[in-house]
Design a protein around this ligand. Structure first.
Ligand code: URA
Ligand code: SF4
Length: 206
């Protein structure tokens, strides 16, 4: 099975994890992507946000949530009262997966499979263990399934506080929708307000 496991360092905290992840070949996604996009933020972050996987801009720049979905997320965080400087932001899968849109020569995001998310799982397990956030904000279904299992349904639990054991650590989690889903929504304003109100639930816990 594909897995990042052999690439994980056994010591060194967040800097060692980031460096090791840059060389990960635990699944085929590293082949076509530009670089590993590891989590960003201080190791003292009080809140960890987990998205799906890097997009086109993130793949080029090597940082999570710097494209359109990231801009929307940062605006929503500020509006909810969460200081981005207090947040550690990462993704369930660390390499960009895409197909080419031939006529326009654009790279179109493709959702990672469960196998790819499982392969990348050791990085996602190591990040909360290193950062020890007070709270994890789960952005959408891929992150939810990666952290909480395949029965996760974002519509059922969004905006609530979950207490779950994750890789032996008791964690508090607040799930919400993925910011990309706000960009695709028919009623964008309503979808955006929904995201902000879920993030306010998280902000009240900090
Ligand atoms: N979408 C994600 O899930 N993560 C990113 O980093 C960017 C877009
Ligand atoms: Fe490794 Fe994850 Fe990239 Fe696959 S997606 S190569 S498991 S870092």
């Amino acid at each position: 099975a594909y897995t990042a496991e052999p690439y994980l360092p056994d010591r060194g905290g967040l800097p060692a994890l980031r460096e090791a992840a840059a060389g990960c070949r635990g699944c085929p996604l590293h082949r076509d992507a530009t670089q590993t996009v590891f989590g960003e933020g201080t190791a003292k972050a009080r809140v960890m946000l987990v998205g799906e996987q890097p997009g086109d801009q993130e793949d080029r720049q090597g940082k999570p949530f710097v494209g359109p979905a990231g801009k929307l997320l940062h605006r929503a965080l500020a509006e909810a009262g969460i200081d981005p400087a207090e947040a550690y932001v990462t993704n369930a899968v660390k390499h960009f997966k895409f197909t080419w849109d031939e006529p326009r020569k654009r790279r179109i995001h493709k959702a990672p499979t469960l196998r790819e998310a499982a392969a990348c799982g050791p990085w996602l397990a190591a990040e909360p263990a290193a950062v020890e956030p007070e709270l994890i904000v789960v952005l959408g279904a891929t992150a939810g399934k990666a952290l909480l299992g395949s029965s996760f349904r974002v519509t059922q639990v969004r905006g609530t506080v979950l207490e779950e054991e994750i890789h032996g650590h008791a964690e508090r989690l607040v799930p919400t929708v993925h910011p990309s889903s706000v960009l695709r929504a028919d009623d964008r304003e309503a979808a955006y307000q929904g995201l902000v109100s879920d993030l306010e639930v998280a902000a009240r816990l900090l």
